[in-house]
Design a protein around this ligand. Structure first.
Ligand code: NDP
Length: 290
């Protein structure tokens, strides 16, 4: 078993981006600028946004964090999005999800200009992805593709099973793994909560990508010997023995599944850092696409 080390791979990508930023500066071009909007005080969301801002500093991007209160109205949030759409200095921005219940996430996603949508959530970018046109790919699936690519995982002709069909992970993942590309050409099965006999389906997977949001749901008996397993799930579980007061678990029961795999992503240190690296790559792309 070999680890698909997202931490190490994302560090390599960040070094490559930092070099590119130096080149841009030497050519007198603008420093890439990524903005993030966070609404409310959700601990996990704050951790993710802070990690994104910190990564911007590491690679030499400018970054701006807009912290808005839980009580902000939908209209005021949409006005902020509009302001960022029209700010020429900002190359790309994200609105960290989830949003409070009184705000329609779909409306906010639609309001982000597709040319600054570095999370790749806007329907225009999703549509372009479906057609294989230039676009911002959704950050998490794109990060997984990049990870598989850098580890030279053979995907062509393989059976790939994706567990979970969310708009931001499972569904775009299934599209990317089935397209005609170096990482792609899989025969893909997309599963969800109504899938019957899930274990029988997952056991057929040469490549198993799990994004269902339930800690340690995938057990060893659900995985084929030699499979490549990508665990997208991330859960904070209370743990007094940790300084932070919690430990992180994935959707896969790592200790028992890992020995059966040819490759597996750890949690933490797998898909999470690759998502952030993708966001940085998309921000660079935003400049190229201008
Ligand atoms: P969602 O909650 O939006 O979607 C979960 C999906 O899993 C749904 O399609 C649901 O099916 C399916 N599902 C739920 N229960 C089962 C089951 N028993 N059997 C089969 N399918 C099931 O989750 P996300 O895609 O947003 O996130 C998934 C996980 O990934 C979470 O832990 C999240 O925190 C993590 N995540 C990690 C990221 C990273 O960078 N590492 C980025 C984004 C997410 P149905 O549609 O039928 O309800």
């Amino acid at each position: 078993m070999e680890l698909l080390d997202g931490k190490k791979t994302s560090s390599e990508i960040k070094e490559e981006i930092a070099k590119k930023v130096i080149q841009l500066k030497e050519q007198g071009k603008k420093t890439p600028h990524l903005a993030a909007v966070i609404v409310g005080n959700d601990g996990a969301s704050r951790t993710y946004v802070n990690a994104k801002v910190k990564t911007c500093e590491k690679v030499g991007f400018n970054s701006t964090l807009f912290e808005l209160p839980d009580s902000i109205s939908e209209a005021d949030l949409l006005a902020k999005v509009d302001e960022l759409n029209n700010d020429d200095d900002i190359d790309g921005f994200i609105v960290q999800l989830p949003l409070p219940d009184h705000i329609d996430e779909h409306k906010v996603t639609l309001a982000v200009s597709p040319s600054k949508d570095v999370d790749g959530f806007h329907p225009e970018n999703i549509g372009r992805m479906m057609l294989g046109l230039p676009c911002f790919l959704p950050a998490t699936p794109a990060g997984i593709v990049e990870l598989l690519d850098r580890y030279n995982i053979e995907t062509s002709g393989k059976d790939c099973v994706v567990v979970g069909r969310s708009n931001i992970v499972g569904t775009p993942m299934s599209v990317l793994m089935s397209r005609n590309a170096k990482v792609g050409n899989c025969t893909v099965t997309l599963t969800h909560s109504r899938t019957k006999n899930l274990a029988e389906v997952t056991k057929r997977a040469d490549i198993l990508i799990v994004a269902l949001g339930k800690p340690e749901f995938i057990t060893a008996d659900m995985v084929k010997d030699g499979a490549v397993v990508v665990d997208v799930g991330i859960h904070r579980i209370a743990d007094d023995s940790k300084k932070s007061g919690f430990k992180l678990l994935g959707d896969v029961k790592f200790d028992e599944v890992a020995p059966k795999c040819s490759y597996i992503t750890p949690v933490p240190g797998g898909v999470g850092p690759m998502t952030i690296a993708s966001l940085m790559l998309n921000t660079l792309k935003a400049i190229d696409m201008k």
